[in-house]
Design a protein around this ligand. Structure first.
Ligand code: DCP
Ligand code: CA
Ligand code: CA
Length: 359
């Protein structure tokens, strides 16, 4: 039996702010800049629980939040700081995991099947993790425990705030059946509406549906939906977050200063890098070239794009621009390389499924 935890931090951005501003604890507070000087553009990124009591929510326009609750504390977002805190959070979760997969800035799966042999073991581990998170980092979290990722994630939603919830394999179907289809992991807002349009209001409705009909309507996604609705998810916890850069290097058969030859080689390497990015569902922001001259001098030059890209042509174009700008004219090169970094996952589980569904 597999045993999997999903750890999700409670009201994460505001919880981070509370660490350095204990005065806001217990008071309604949101991350999102003060609507008054900006004329109220922008949205609430997250609200703490006292603010949620008044109906303030992630994604709500700040102007509306301000109308609802004037004396809320508004704080501008500080992503760098949240990422710093996130790294500590992830390091802590890793200590409890046989296999670890970060899903977002405040959320990760831990497969604990090696160190935990029973539901009781897994619950005890979750309790220790949660306690250490509170005592060492001062942050509240919620943990779902189950035998697959899907049900662990759904259990964590039920555990909020500041709780632990175990859903045993035998109880998974019943646990899911009463919930709305839009709440099923992997079903986005848009897809939720579509499913409701077909008469599937609850996850139980989907679970009972004829899978053949679902496949006719939604192709391969239909089969997956049927499994999900029945609490079935075979996907593994994947250690996929460690990739920091992807690159290729080549040595010339004979030292060269020929621009065409260099450009051709950059083109080929960029294509390979692009393929690797595609396989891993990653987008890049920074392109770096390496030039090693015949005299073994080596230079690295980088350029950061204003946007994230997945396009191999763009890698190649930037590499050649960097070469044109920085290469020593006429100097013989022995080796060149190109590398992309500042990688983010653009293809999460959700978007893949929405894509497969044509949504
Ligand atoms: N976030 C955001 N915009 C959104 C949703 C979330 O910027 N529409 C950010 C702010 C959150 C963080 O991502 O703090 C984590 O998102 P969650 O969905 O896990 O929400 P919270 O951690 O804020 O709340 P909860 O306690 O419900 O998990
Ligand atoms: Ca969260
Ligand atoms: Ca989250």
């Amino acid at each position: 039996m597999r045993l999997i935890l999903l750890v999700d931090m409670d009201y994460f951005f505001v919880a981070c702010e509370e660490l350095r501003r204990p005065d806001i604890k217990g008071k309604p507070a949101v991350v999102g800049s003060d609507p008054r000087p900006t004329g109220g553009r922008g949205v609430v990124m997250t609200a703490n629980y006292p603010a949620r009591k008044f109906g303030l929510r992630s994604g709500m326009p700040l102007s509306l939040a301000y109308r609802i609750k004037k004396d809320t504390i508004y704080m501008p977002e500080d992503f760098e700081y949240y990422e710093q805190v996130s790294r500590k959070v992830m390091d802590l979760i890793k200590k409890y995991a046989d296999r670890f997969e970060q899903v977002s800035i405040d959320e990760a799966f831990a497969d604990v099947s090696v160190r935990a042999k029973s539901y009781e073991d897994a619950l005890a581990l979750a309790a220790r993790l949660k306690k250490e998170m509170k005592e060492e980092l001062g942050l509240p979290c919620s943990i779902g425990v189950s035998t697959n990722k899907l049900v662990a994630k759904m259990a964590s939603e039920d555990a909020k705030p500041n709780g632990i919830k175990l859903v045993k394999e035998a109880d998974a179907k019943e646990f899911l059946s009463g919930k709305r289809v839009g709440d099923l992991y992997g079903v986005g807002k848009k897809m939720g509406k579509v499913l409701e349009g077909f008469g599937y209001k609850t996850i139980g409705d989907l679970a009972k549906a004829n899978p053949v009909v679902l496949v006719e309507r939604f192709k391969s996604y239909g089969a997956e939906l049927h499994n999900s609705a029945n609490g079935i998810d075979e996907s593994e916890v994947q250690e996929n977050w460690e990739v920091k850069s992807i690159g290729r290097e080549r040595t010339f058969a004979r030292d060269t200063s020929d621009r065409e030859e260099v450009a051709r080689l950059f083109g080929g390497m960029s294509k390979e890098v692009g393929e690797e990015l595609g396989k891993q569902g990653l987008a890049f922001k920074v392109v770096t070239i390496k030039l090693r001259y015949a005299d073994f001098e080596e230079v690295l030059k980088s350029r950061s794009l204003t946007h994230r890209s997945v396009d191999p042509e763009e890698i190649s174009r930037v590499a050649i621009q960097l070469f044109d700008r920085y290469a020593e004219r006429g100097e013989e090169l022995r080796k060149i390389g190109v590398r992309v970094s500042n990688l983010v996952k653009y293809r999460g589980q959700k978007s893949m499924k929405e894509y497969a569904a044509g949504g």
